[in-house]
Design a protein around this ligand. Structure first.
Ligand code: GDP
Length: 315
């Protein structure tokens, strides 16, 4: 069964670790958000691509949800001692990824080719595709900047530097209208037997993927069932700032809000047992609900939820 997953970072990495136990590597393709890519110390950092790659390579720091297991931060400390900015945590071995990526991008290779090489070198046989080789950058309009009435921040400035503490007024995907899907992305959606929308932030992880022209059309057109997993339980995300971002987009912070964000092309949504009540509202949007325990607190639960997803898609 060929499975194509749309993915952001931490929530997606968990489900993908589960899917990888059930789907042969060569049948698993992951289309990854690059809207929160950033330039740090002159290096091209792709947080979601790296989380997915490290997850499949068995190298992810699972407790943190990002970066490498058993990481050290000596370079970060040294950079700080020299007076440079250290709000973005780059680990010592993680730095190797960004150095190699940046060097190859500077040499003119597209991000998709660099991503494939990095994955191969880490022993990952699944196909990991950035949503686009073109730069698409999520920008957050805040109203709380100290001394400033409001301002646009890069996603990582909002999320990491400001710890997602500022009021969000709007979200934009800069560059999206000029972007094209990376090679293989549209085919991966068209040729899949199942398309999975991972439990990722609908606004800043899946939103940028959907903003790339042609991808929503591909989701409409695919013959594969498209099934999502809600990142929201009750009225709050399992982690991260999805609530504030969904509110800024006029979406209710609930599984129903997730369904509204994906209406038109999503066939079914896995919602938590506590949200079974949304079944009829989802049905009104043309979306079937699959009720399950959607918290992935250990690897067994990652696998169990992945099984629910694959069975739910084919039900
Ligand atoms: P961000 O942290 O909001 O930038 O978003 P990411 O897309 O990188 O990943 C975090 C998302 O995954 C959040 O919206 C979480 O609610 C969701 N998430 C994290 N862990 C779990 C989990 O165990 N189960 C489910 N269903 N969602 C999760």
């Amino acid at each position: 069964m060929r499975v194509t997953a749309l993915a952001g970072g931490t929530g997606a990495a968990k489900l993908i670790r589960g899917l990888a136990e059930l789907v042969p590597p060569s049948d698993l393709t992951i289309v990854v958000n690059t809207g929160d890519d950033a330039r740090i110390w002159g290096l091209h950092v792709s947080p979601d691509l790296d989380s997915v790659t490290y997850a499949l390579a068995g190298r992810l720091d699972v407790a943190r949800g990002w970066g490498l297991r058993d990481e050290t931060f000596n370079c970060l400390d040294a950079v700080g001692a020299l007076g440079a900015e250290t709000w973005f945590n780059l680990g010592d071995r993680d730095l190797a990824t960004h150095l190699v990526r940046t060097e190859r991008l500077n040499a003119g290779e597209p991000l998709s080719a660099v991503t494939a090489q990095l994955a191969r070198r880490q022993g990952v046989a699944s196909l990991i595709l950035p949503m686009s080789d073109d730069p698409v950058r999520t920008r957050i309009l805040t109203s709380d900047l100290p001394g400033v009435a409001s301002g646009w921040l890069d996603f990582q400035e909002y999320f990491v530097r400001e710890k997602a503490s500022l009021a969000v007024v709007d979200v934009a995907y800069a560059g999206a209208s000029d972007a094209t899907p990376a090679p293989g992305v549209v085919d991966a959606i068209a040729d899949a037997d199942v398309v999975v929308v991972c439990p990722s932030n609908p606004v800043t992880s899946i939103g940028p993927i959907l903003a790339v022209p042609g991808l929503v059309a591909a989701l409409h057109a695919t013959r594969a069932p498209v099934i999502g997993v809600s990142p929201i339980v009750g009225d709050a995300p399992v982690s991260g700032p999805a609530g504030a971002l969904m509110r800024a987009r006029g979406l209710p912070v609930s599984s129903l809000g997730v369904a509204q964000a994906y209406r038109g092309w999503l066939d079914s949504l896995v919602v938590d047992v506590r949200d079974a009540e949304f079944a009829s509202a989802l049905r009104d949007l043309g979306i079937a609900s699959v009720v399950a325990d959607i918290l992935m607190t250990d690897h067994a639960r990652e696998v169990a939820l992945a099984r629910v997803v694959l069975e739910g898609a084919c039900a």
